[in-house]
Design a protein. Structure first.
Length: 110
């Protein structure tokens, strides 16, 4: 196995890890640093879906703070997922086109 096959494998693993980390980070709940009238930390939803009911019931500018917190979560996770997907597509494309021409005995003369 050539050294560039190892690099491509590591790039593929890195890109899959980036996608998984980004998707998991979007799945975790988003909180702000304030508490409602019952003493619970205000939950804003997840990176996928906003849930501003607790923030709206707490009053004040909590819905705006929740929207900012959700936006910040999405600002770093969505580019991470997109870059990982582009990198993975590039590795798969190169593997399918370039390395598919190699034979067991070395590079084909074609």
């Amino acid at each position: 196995m050539h050294h560039y096959h190892h690099r491509a494998f590591y790039l593929g693993v890195l890109s899959v890890a980036m996608i998984v980390v980004g998707l998991l980070a979007l799945n975790f709940p988003v909180y702000i640093d304030d508490f409602d009238q019952f003493g619970f930390q205000i939950k804003c939803g997840t990176g996928y879906f906003a849930n501003l009911t607790q923030a709206a019931e707490a009053g004040g500018d909590y819905p705006g703070q929740c929207e900012t917190a959700l936006m910040l979560r999405r600002l770093w996770t969505i580019p991470l997922i997109a870059f990982g997907a582009i990198l993975l597509a590039g590795v798969v494309f190169v593997a399918a086109t370039v390395w598919g021409r190699e034979s067991v005995f070395g590079e084909d003369p074609a």
